[in-house]
Ligand binder design. Structure first.
Ligand SMILES: C[S@@+](CC[C@H](N)C(=O)[O-])C[C@H]1O[C@@H](n2cnc3c(N)ncnc32)[C@H](O)[C@@H]1O
Length: 315
């Protein structure tokens, strides 16, 4: 993991414009900050998707055609704290469905926390956690031929460009059989007034989340970042439908990173992109799905129309 982190940082900081993959947000501090973000009043995606899972679990199950007497695997990519998934798990357990839940996450601490909260809340649930990058763990999905339902929630797909999303969804499909399902949670295009505060809140929780990437590079790679010389910004327009977060260098500076054995130059005002969060509509999603083996069988939205969970069938 550390070698990959080193390579990604060395590549990302040598690029123009500079960028870093958003998966590195999630260490123990990042996980805790993300839980705080999910609880912010400005962060509408969690409340909106939670509402869908809380109120429409039965509908989800019916539209997938799941039957209590046939075993399936419920596999979640980037499970996090599983708050929304637990709503679906409850309905499945109450309906006596026969399944195993496999949460995958790159953060071992959040997987451990999830495992222990699941054993408290759902002692009868069969759980097999998988630690790692879902791009790699996907490969091991092929191991058996059991029916599968994949969960990819929280608009995590939005961290990828449309081209990468199509490749990613295609790759998921290549590990599945016809009739398997994918539940894809995506954030819908909406106004700047609603989106910007979710990525740049007045209390500075999103700022701390973004700056924690610098702390991580300092602690894990021997970086020399002085956090006070960087600021957090977010930008988004409804026309483009992509929210981007940046760390901006307040001064011209050279930052050494010991384990890479190099220093990286930042101009005054130079931006390093740390996250993209794509927002979608049916047209954008359909264009992505054209390059995959999935078809939409159901779209479930929250009451405000902020977020959608699409049930996709692998054909
Ligand atoms: C934004 S959180 C969303 C959590 C949850 N899916 C939800 O909707 O609330 C993203 C989660 O995905 C995990 N994650 C991010 N990139 C990942 C990757 N490449 N492989 C595996 N897990 C990843 C993070 O550790 C984190 O728990």
């Amino acid at each position: 993991m550390k070698e990959q982190f080193k390579r990604d940082v060395a590549n990302g900081l040598a690029k123009k414009p500079k960028s870093l993959p958003s998966k590195y947000f999630y260490d123990k501090i990042g996980d805790a900050l993300f839980v705080k973000i999910m609880n912010m009043p400005e962060y509408y995606p969690t409340t909106a998707e939670f509402e869908i899972f809380k109120s429409r679990g039965q509908e989800m199950i019916e539209s997938m055609g799941l039957k209590p007497d046939s075993f399936f695997e419920l596999i979640e990519l980037g499970a996090g704290d599983g708050t929304k998934t637990k709503e679906l798990l409850r309905v499945l357990l109450n309906g006596k469905f026969d399944f195993e839940y496999l949460p995958i996450d790159i953060s071992s601490s959040s997987l451990d926390d999830l495992e222990s909260s699941l054993s408290d809340e759902f002692p009868a649930l069969q759980v097999r956690k998988k630690h790692g990058d879902y791009f790699n763990v996907l490969e091991s999905l092929k191991e058996n031929h059991l029916p599968k339902v994949i969960l990819f929630l929280g608009s995590n797909i939005g961290n990828l460009t449309d081209e990468m999303s199509a490749d990613f969804i295609y790759k998921i499909g290549s590990h599945l059989k016809p009739g398997d399902k994918l539940i894809l949670g995506i954030d819908l295009i909406k106004s700047e007034e609603l989106v910007i505060p979710a990525y740049d809140d007045p209390k500075g929780i999103t700022r701390d989340f973004n700056l924690n990437l610098l702390t991580r590079m300092n602690n894990e790679l021997g970086g020399g970042f002085d956090l006070s010389t960087f600021e957090h910004t977010a930008e988004y327009t409804a026309e483009e439908g992509v929210a981007r977060s940046f760390l901006v260098s307040r001064v011209a500076q050279e930052i050494p990173i010991e384990s890479i054995g190099k220093s990286f130059t930042f101009e005054k005002g130079e931006r390093m992109q740390t996250e993209i969060s794509r927002k979608y509509n049916d047209e954008i999603l359909n264009n992505i799905l054209k390059k995959t083996d999935f078809k939409i069988i159901k779209k479930l939205t929250d009451s405000r129309g902020y977020f959608a969970d699409y049930i996709l069938n692998r054909f």
